[in-house]
Design a protein around this ligand. Structure first.
Ligand code: DX5
Ligand code: ZN
Length: 221
């Protein structure tokens, strides 16, 4: 049974001091750092690229780099992110490219791989890939921006995926991303999620270590 994993998102950190923001995630005791990569095309916003990951590694960051590619052509950037120090690379199901080949390529480069579903995308859209991933990410906001309201209507999709995971014996992480705070994390956990991206709520928390501990204190799924 996977233990709960908090994955604070650097998107909500200080972009003039990204290494310091990532250090704050490590100092709070979180094992994962969620890195949101946006291309201004698949989503209407831009963030940072592989050079930022490489620079964070050079700065000494040892966190697990949970890399969320919000790109129309993610297959073109897999090598760059793997080389830059990504531990896990997640790609969206919505754009048209060879998803299975891209997931296999991520693994061949020594990284774990994940598949991501937008709010409008049903669980069935990724069903054929569930034997080939290390993580399934259910977006609980429309991707593109931090600080949006949590979509509780995504919980049946989380529950459906968790049911398939149990019935079919999969071992992937089931992650949620968007609007997750110490209240909504409980709904996600109850629905079956075990890995929790939190941007705004983590960086705004008065006691970030307590924030991390509270998530880690949820029961294993
Ligand atoms: C949304 C990103 C999220 C974002 C979550 O496009 O994928 O990872 O950082 O931010 P919060 O936690 O602020 O909703
Ligand atoms: Zn994300």
């Amino acid at each position: 049974m996977p233990a709960p994993i908090p994955a604070p998102s650097l998107l909500a950190g200080d972009h003039a001091h990204l290494a310091a923001s990532a250090q704050a995630v490590a100092a709070a005791g979180a094992p994962w750092l969620h890195l949101d990569i946006m291309d201004g095309h698949f989503v209407p916003n831009l963030t940072f690229g592989p050079e930022t990951l490489a620079a964070l590694r050079r700065a000494g960051l040892k966190l697990f780099f949970d890399t969320h590619l919000m790109l129309s052509e993610p297959h073109r950037y897999i090598e760059a992110f793997a080389k830059a120090g990504a531990d896990l690379i997640s790609i969206h199901i919505e754009p048209a490219y060879d998803h299975a080949a891209t997931l296999a390529r991520i693994r061949a480069l020594g990284c774990q791989c994940g598949i991501v579903l937008n709010p409008a995308t049903p669980a069935t859209a990724v069903e054929h890939l569930l034997g080939a991933v290390d993580l399934v990410l259910v977006m609980t906001v429309q991707p593109g921006f931090g600080g949006q309201s949590f979509r509780a209507d995504m919980m049946p999709k989380v529950a459906q995926l968790d049911q398939w995971r149990r019935e079919r014996g999969y071992a992937w992480h089931l992650e949620v991303d968007g609007g997750v705070d110490l209240r909504t994390v409980r709904d996600c956990h109850a629905a079956g999620a075990d890995t929790f991206v939190a941007g705004t709520s983590f960086f705004k928390a008065v006691d970030r270590a307590a924030f991390v501990r509270e998530i880690q204190g949820l029961a294993p799924r």
